[in-house]
Design a protein around this ligand. Structure first.
Ligand code: SAH
Ligand code: SF4
Ligand code: F3S
Length: 500
């Protein structure tokens, strides 16, 4: 929805009437109410109100944060990166225990801030809130929290925010599940030139270690028409790169009334004018079709990168993980992908220390890493998640053994990734410039189609542009480079001055 359409819609809402039942209209009604509350409080304080959204989880969590930001901004808050804000919201993750611990640690600090600024409101949402036990713990030990909601009712944020202004005490609204998808709510993108797009929600795979199906609920796909409409709108807004998001994009569309495959969706997305790059996350190896490989090979717009979580290279462990592929099937899939798309970068996720894992199983994982040669791999220590089948397995691996295995895997990943990425040295490739380099303001950071980063001299005016960059120096996982045109000019300048 454009800003103008939003204002027209809000102007047409009559707050003297009861809130409408249908969505998303109901949320726009409450958004209008929130505006009045925010305005009143800002007048009282004599300054604009600020809000800070903190993301703890994956790309889907980050996309949800953009939806929260959209509502906050439309309600009249000025978005800020500082937690010393009038409204602080933590969008939590619970995939591993350390994600939970980070939230609790930072909540302690928020309590201190809230004592200094009693107007401050604190909200918690996201995956961790869906876990049994969390709410009780927060009620007991973090009583200063004003609002808690979960993953299934995030579309109700405007309504819940309004309730924070109108009710006293902690507001808790957690749904156990939903089959609803509410379209057309405001979103505030973090980047002007690229955006994530949810194509599906939830997960049906129940890998035996994983909490996600419990906290995100069953798989639901968005209607392809809604997805394509959203991407066309993004393209009109100046977005050049989109990332299609789902826990398992390869099973997209199976549960729609008129089933559509992910390959079919993707081939429609690449037709959208203005979109120059398409990425997607995450692919489950068991569902990756030959059709998808064909579509990927057929379009230059589809980035030369595939994240294909392996989890383990041992067929025995894969079975216990309920991953539904074997070591050999994974390797054969990689061969099919590499044959069709030779320049593709493959990245992966690996878990070390799953119950029953022996050093020999770790050897199998290392064997796959060596044979595939991943461009990057995220290696995780197995974390026991209450309620998952793996948590009650008897053969949990002792910490020391897990450490040794983890270090071996990490070392292999680093060696192979280095070799893999280094092969690009000296080539000129297109990079989408994303930001000014954090450490050196004379450099900008760009992302190659294959997801590798390159830092090169440039200024902020380049942000959002796709430019050719020569990859000059490999620095371990990233490159230092130079804009290709500049290199030509430099060469010309050198010739004129008689230098070699
Ligand atoms: N849907 C995606 C993964 C989402 S979670 C997929 O299936 O690929 C991201 C990664 O976290 C997983 O790939 C896995 O490697 C890791 N992970 C999930 N649960 C974990 C656990 N209990 N302990 C350690 N790592 C875990
Ligand atoms: Fe978790 Fe497996 Fe679903 Fe990924 S596919 S979210 S690892 S259950
Ligand atoms: Fe974490 Fe939820 Fe994503 S548990 S990894 S934020 S789906």
């Amino acid at each position: 929805m454009t800003a103008e359409n939003l204002e027209t819609l809000l102007a047409s809402i009559d707050l003297s009437q009861p809130a409408p039942q249908e969505e998303p209209l109901r949320q726009y009604y409450f958004l209008k109410k929130c505006r009045l509350h925010v305005q009143k409080e800002a007048e009282k304080l004599g300054r604009p109100l600020t809000a800070c959204v903190t993301t703890f989880g994956c790309q889907m969590n980050a996309r949800d944060s953009e939806k929260l930001s959209g509502i906050l901004e439309q309600a009249g808050y000025v978005l800020s990166d500082s937690e010393e804000a009038d409204f602080d919201i933590y969008n939590t993750c619970t995939v591993r225990d350390n994600a939970d611990q980070r939230v609790y640690g930072r909540l302690g600090r928020l309590n201190g801030l809230k004592k200094k600024n009693p107007h401050m409101k604190v909200a918690l949402c996201g995956c961790m809130m869906q876990e049994p036990g969390t709410i009780e713990k927060i009620r007991k030990s973090y009583r200063f929290v004003d609002l808690i909601f979960g993953t299934h009712n995030i579309f109700k944020f405007a309504e819940l925010l309004n309730a924070v202004f109108e009710q006293d005490g902690m507001i808790v609204d957690i749904w156990q599940g939903t089959d609803r998808i509410v379209e057309d709510l405001p979103v505030e993108r973090k980047y002007a030139f690229k955006s994530g797009i949810n194509i599906m929600f939830g997960c049906n795979n129940f890998c035996s270690y994983c909490i996600v199906p419990y906290v995100r609920g069953r798989e639901r796909s968005r209607d392809p028409k809604d997805i394509l409409r959203e991407i066309k709108q993004l393209a009109a807004d100046g977005v050049v790169e989109v990332m299609l998001l789902g826990q398992n994009v390869n099973s997209y569309g199976k549960n729609l009334e008129q089933p559509v495959t992910f390959a079919e969706l993707l081939s429609e997305v690449v037709k959208i004018e203005g979109i120059r790059r398409v990425r997607f996350m995450t692919s489950h190896p068991k569902d990756l079709s030959d059709d998808l490989i064909r579509v990927m090979a057929s379009s230059d717009k589809i980035c030369r990168h595939l994240h294909l979580p392996l989890q383990s290279g041992s067929t025995r462990i894969l079975r216990a993980m309920n991953r539904r592929y074997t070591k050999e099937q994974y390797l054969a899939l990689v061969d099919r992908i590499r044959n069709a798309i030779p320049d593709i970068a493959l990245t992966t996720d690996i878990i070390v220390g799953f119950p029953g894992e022996t050093p020999e199983d770790v050897d199998e994982t290392i064997d796959v890493i060596r044979r595939v040669g991943f461009d990057n791999a995220f290696t995780f220590i197995y974390s026991k998640r209450t309620g998952t089948p793996a948590a009650s397995m008897q053969n949990q691996v002792p910490e020391e053994l897990v450490r040794t295995g983890f270090d071996r895997v990490l070392k292999t990943v680093q060696e192979t990734a280095r070799q893999q990425v280094k092969r690009l040295s000296g080539r000129t490739m297109e990079a989408l410039v994303e930001e000014v380099n954090e450490h050196d303001a004379s450099l900008v950071t760009g992302r190659l189609s294959n997801n590798t980063l390159v830092h090169f001299p440039g200024d902020p005016s380049l942000i959002g542009q796709i430019v050719p960059v020569k990859l000059e120096e490999y620095k371990g996982f990233y490159f230092l480079g130079r804009r290709a045109e500049e290199t030509k000019q430099d060469a010309a300048a050198h010739r004129q001055s008689g230098e070699p």
